[in-house]
Design a protein around this ligand. Structure first.
Ligand SMILES: C[S@@+](CC[C@H](N)C(=O)[O-])C[C@H]1O[C@@H](n2cnc3c(N)ncnc32)[C@H](O)[C@@H]1O
Length: 310
């Protein structure tokens, strides 16, 4: 995987179709009270096109990526602040733990790693990977490619990389769809990560297949994502907080209620810990241990899988 200089990285690596200007605010996604027991998806009777979820709405598959792009274009500049506000800073602890648990960087006598952070957004995981590999393994060669479908999110990441003096030979930013990872060669990646990204992907099994394709045999897949709270009383409080407080905070802090309404709906829609572990296995990856580790009573979880040696 070649690292692109930051000064050219995003723009040169990005086909012009992705360099959309900031999309208009998402039009009223959902602001009415929601029924949490959603009916199963039904295909649109007026066309043969498959449909999928967009939060609690049902949309044609071909439209979901655009709608998700609109959300993240809209929240890009306030994304980092809102993460801190919504999670009381806990997302930082989860991300720290996620990266530490992967111990990225050169192993004694080994080679530097090629890391791919998919749905990497503003670079939170990528920066931690570089910091960890340097501090813990003294490794200044391991590289991270931060790939995301949204150029606006990547631009925020690129700005942060420059402001914080990250080596442009070690971090690069590129527009990529997790479902295809078109520019990433087969069996080229040592460590694939995706943090709070997979639930936004239209066809999750395709993204998992692509993860399997790009990983080297023996390479590791790791996903950090919101999950199901294990205790019913805690879940009741959490649901109340998610659906009443987070959209309101989105409105007050970021001036964007609808995007945060989508975010909480998409969390509710995501499969259970066990179901997602099964989807990882179905993509040909071998679960690590029971397949997942719950964080903060299951508010988030980490799933890991290994691509078997051929
Ligand atoms: C909640 S943000 C997470 C950003 C970062 N990984 C983090 O943990 O802070 C979700 C990211 O997923 C990206 N995304 C959504 N669908 C995607 C897709 N199909 N392929 C790649 N990235 C996608 C969005 O553009 C957004 O940047």
């Amino acid at each position: 995987m070649s690292a692109r200089p930051l000064s050219r990285g995003l723009l040169s690596a990005t086909p012009s179709k992705h360099l959309c200007s900031i999309a208009p605010r998402v039009a009223a996604l959902h602001s009415t009270p929601v029924n949490l027991n959603q009916p199963p998806l039904k295909n649109d009777q007026s066309s043969s096109e498959p449909v999928t979820h967009f939060g609690f709405q049902t949309v044609k598959e071909s439209l979901k990526a655009t709608r998700v792009a609109e959300v993240f274009s809209s929240v890009a500049s306030s994304y980092d602040t809102m993460n801190d506000v919504m999670s009381f800073g806990i997302h930082r602890l989860w991300k720290d733990h996620f990266v530490r648990s992967l111990n990225p960087g050169r192993r004694p006598g080994g080679r530097p790693m090629s890391i791919l952070d998919v749905a990497g957004g503003t670079g939170d995981i990528a920066f931690r990977m570089l910091d960890h590999s340097e501090k813990v393994s003294g490794d200044r060669e391991t590289t991270v490619l931060c790939a995301d479908i949204n150029a606006n999110m990547l631009r925020e990441g690129e700005k942060r990389a420059i402001q914080n003096g990250y080596d442009p030979n070690r971090i690069s930013f590129r527009v990529e769809n997790a479902e295809t990872l078109e520019s990433i060669p087969d069996s080229s990646i040592d460590l694939y990560t995706i943090s709070f990204g997979i639930r936004n992907v239209t066809r999750i099994p395709m993204a998992l297949k692509s993860a399997h394709r790009v990983l080297k045999p023996g390479g590791v897949f790791a996903c950090l994502e919101f999950s199901k709270v294990s205790s019913a009383p805690l879940d009741a409080i959490y649901q109340q907080y998610s659906f009443s407080v987070i959209p309101l905070m989105g409105q007050l802090v970021a001036g964007d209620r609808d995007s945060y309404q989508y975010l909480v709906e998409s969390i509710k829609r995501f499969p259970s810990q066990l179901e997602f572990a099964r989807m990882i296995r179905d993509a040909g990856l071998v679960n690590v241990g029971k397949g997942y580790e719950e964080l903060t009573f299951g508010v988030a979880s980490i799933w890991k899988g290994v691509k078997p040696l051929e």
